[in-house]
Design a protein around this ligand. Structure first.
Ligand code: ATP
Length: 333
């Protein structure tokens, strides 16, 4: 193994730089060359790349975003694109490709493997934590902390005016950020895709909970966490609906892309470093079509196909704690 390449693809996540750094430093220790492709799979198609030396990754461990840039590359789904990428990789004498990204990027890696003979290893880099086979993903822990910082501020103003706020967090179609934000912020209610009955938001239940809580506590702030893509029109539309139905103001706050930014927290820096270093060792050992993840604190190799087919449920104990705390409707005493 002489030359490896790395790219970051899909939504950027804090800690991607820490991972690029670990890959670069580990590879150089093993006398391998590292090439960084820019703008996700676009870089593979356009041969847009840069060599990565240890000097290039000084002072990036604490930076959000990705020095290689990230991007979507819709045309990568075609056979022609994957063939072109494979040709470029061969012409550049790349032995292994490391892909840092989410499950879309993982599909891209599997697609490329149909046309290229080199080794492909993926690393879970997404704030959403919606990748099976790993307890956490690079960027997830920072996203929760960023959400919490913002929600705490909303709580201050909500308290002052005894207001109801509906706060939309990211997660794509998974409630990991939502659940942890709800627990960490002490939110009164959470609306997560995994917990919907019949896939529908139950307006009557939400309103009943608000009313019972306020009756019990008197005038008070009330925070509902909602995951993006859960309600048609998002948090704004649902807040309008609740305002109309309750006759009390419900304000929406959409946290949006601030959740992707910022300096990675320690958990993400350490996870990214651990997985990045291990991925290079796996490439050296000829591993192919595996994701490097973490389970119970240990680095694991997971067949890439399994990350697509396995379930990744929310932690049922965390769900229970949060629902028990605020189950005022069933236990109003
Ligand atoms: P995140 O969930 O954090 O946004 P992601 O990696 O899931 O990250 P996507 O936009 O779903 O983000 O995918 C990133 C890129 O992966 C796509 O723009 C495309 O280049 C490639 N990709 C996704 N799905 C496929 C597929 N079925 N075949 C080939 N390439 C794909």
């Amino acid at each position: 193994m002489k030359r490896i390449a790395v790219l970051t693809s899909g939504g950027d996540a804090p800690g991607m730089n820490a991972c690029i750094r670990a890959i670069t430093l580990t590879a150089h220790r093993m006398q391998m060359e590292v090439i960084g492709f820019r703008h996700g799979y676009n870089g593979l198609l356009k041969r847009e790349y840069q060599p990565l030396h240890p000097g290039d990754v000084v002072d990036i461990i604490q930076r959000g975003g990705t020095i290689l840039r990230s991007a979507r590359c819709p045309e990568f789904v075609t056979a022609e694109s994957a063939e072109k990428a494979a040709r470029n990789l061969d012409n550049m004498h790349i032995d292994a490709l490391l892909v840092i990204g989410g499950n879309g990027s993982f599909k891209g890696a599997e697609h490329l493997a149909n046309y290229w003979n080199g080794n492909i290893i993926t690393l879970p880099g997404t704030i959403d934590n919606d990748i099976a086979g790993t307890d956490g993903t690079i960027g997830y822990y920072t996203a929760i902390d960023t959400a919490l910082e913002a929600i705490d501020k909303v709580r201050d103003t909500a308290d002052a005016f005894e207001r109801i706020f509906l706060i939309e967090v990211m997660g794509r179609h998974a409630g990991f950020i939502g659940l942890n934000s709800a627990i960490g912020s002490g939110a009164e209610q959470m609306l997560l895709p995994e917990l919907l009955e019949d896939g529908e938001v139950n307006l009557e239940q939400i309103i009943r909970h608000v009313k019972v809580t306020r009756k019990k506590r008197g005038g008070c702030s009330y925070i509902i966490i909602i995951t993006e893509h859960l309600y048609p029109g998002g948090a704004s539309a649902l807040a309008d609906k609740l305002t109309a139905e309750m006759g009390v103001d419900c304000r929406p706050v959409i946290l949006g892309h601030i959740q992707r930014g910022g300096s990675p927290v320690s958990m993400d820096r350490v996870l990214a470093t651990k997985l990045g270093a291990y991925a290079v060792e796996a490439a050296r050992d000829g591993k192919h079509l595996v994701m490097i993840g973490e389970q119970n604190g240990h680095v694991v190799e997971v067949p890439l196909a399994d990350t697509r087919t396995m379930e990744k449920p929310l932690d049922p104990y965390l769900v229970k704690i949060q629902t028990d705390f605020f189950d005022l409707v069933k236990n109003p005493s």
